[in-house]
Ligand binder design. Structure first.
Ligand SMILES: NC(=O)c1ccc[n+]([C@@H]2O[C@H](COP(=O)([O-])OP(=O)(O)OC[C@H]3O[C@@H](n4cnc5c(N)ncnc54)[C@H](O)[C@@H]3O)[C@@H](O)[C@H]2O)c1
Length: 271
């Protein structure tokens, strides 16, 4: 078992990629802390983790609130008195009907005339609220949890932090400007913090998945899904279980010379 005795917090692990990472880490013997904003998701995730007979804790906390994150870390310290692994995974998407509509028009125009002059209009129509929420959950959430984790990890001289970015943070996701900005910010943050803390034994790396089949993609239009599949050489979506082994690898001693890297399991979408 590669993570026996390690204590791991996975944010947003009530569903999708985070849930598969929690299960994979439990399988490797880690103590698992399931965090989410959905109580139902936490309960369902705990049912999966229980199978592996490892200690666990569920914590309801919105990572976009620095105060709530401080409280979450207090409860983790009260129960386990340490933290070895942090996976910053919690995330949201915007259900942008207007962008979906424009995608449809654009696809129709392309198919009928062979060219298009339609903008998706995502940025000009983006509201302050959507922009703020996106950055708050992804970028601020990653910062809030990393800061608390480093207070523990730097002092003990050991830690593994894994930030879940996205291909959109590397190449830009058309129609998703706020999400791309948040994920690009996470990538730059990963590199800066990695170089800062590696000398005290804390590893920071990022995973930048391509499109993965989770509830996260439920609001995508058929046209944007088709364009994603066409742009993915492997010709299909990824599975959350295809991301989890990479997170286990980055959390284990096997990745002892990997510092500040962005590893992108994406079916060949971004090369
Ligand atoms: N699915 C994809 O195609 C894809 C691709 C690249 C990156 N990602 C990233 O992977 C991560 C996980 O996404 P997923 O596909 O598993 O989505 P998901 O919707 O299945 O899971 C996300 C979980 O995060 C929780 N969450 C949302 N806001 C939260 C908050 N403020 N605090 C705590 N928990 C919160 C949700 O309740 C949910 O359980 C996200 O950061 C996402 O941006 C997803």
């Amino acid at each position: 078992m590669k993570l026996k005795g390690k204590v791991a917090l996975i944010t947003g692990s009530g569903s999708g990629i985070g849930l598969e990472i929690a299960v994979a880490m439990a399988r490797e013997g880690a103590t698992i802390i399931i965090n989410d904003i959905s109580e139902a998701n936490i309960s369902a995730a705990i049912e999966r983790v229980r199978e592996f007979d490892v200690p666990y804790l569920g914590v309801l906390c919105n990572v976009s609130s620095s105060q709530a994150v401080k409280e979450m870390f207090k409860s983790i310290m009260n129960k386990f008195n340490t933290l070895d692994i942090l996976v910053n995974n919690a995330g949201i998407t915007i259900n942008d009907e207007k962008v979906n509509e424009n995608y449809k028009k654009l696809a129709e125009q392309l198919l009928t005339t062979g060219k298009t002059n339609i903008s998706l209009g995502a940025t000009r129509n983006l509201t302050d609220v959507d922009w703020d929420n996106m950055l708050k959950v992804h970028l601020y959430g990653t910062f809030h949890c990393t800061r608390e984790a480093l207070n523990i990890m730097e002092d003990k001289g050991y830690g593994k932090i894994i930030n879940i970015a996205s291909v959109c943070g590397i190449a830009g996701g058309v129609g998703a400007p706020a999400y791309s900005a948040a994920k690009g910010g996470i990538i730059a943050f990963t590199k800066a913090v990695a170089a800062e803390v590696i000398r005290v034994g804390v590893y920071v790396n990022a995973i930048a998945p391509g499109y993965i089949d989770t509830p996260f993609l439920n609001t995508m239009s058929p046209e944007s899904m088709a364009s994603v599949l066409l742009a993915t050489p492997l010709g299909r979506l990824g599975k959350a279980s295809e991301i989890a082994p990479l997170a286990v690898f980055l959390a284990s001693e096997d990745s002892s010379y990997i510092v500040g890297q962005v590893i992108s399991p994406n079916g060949g979408m971004v090369l």
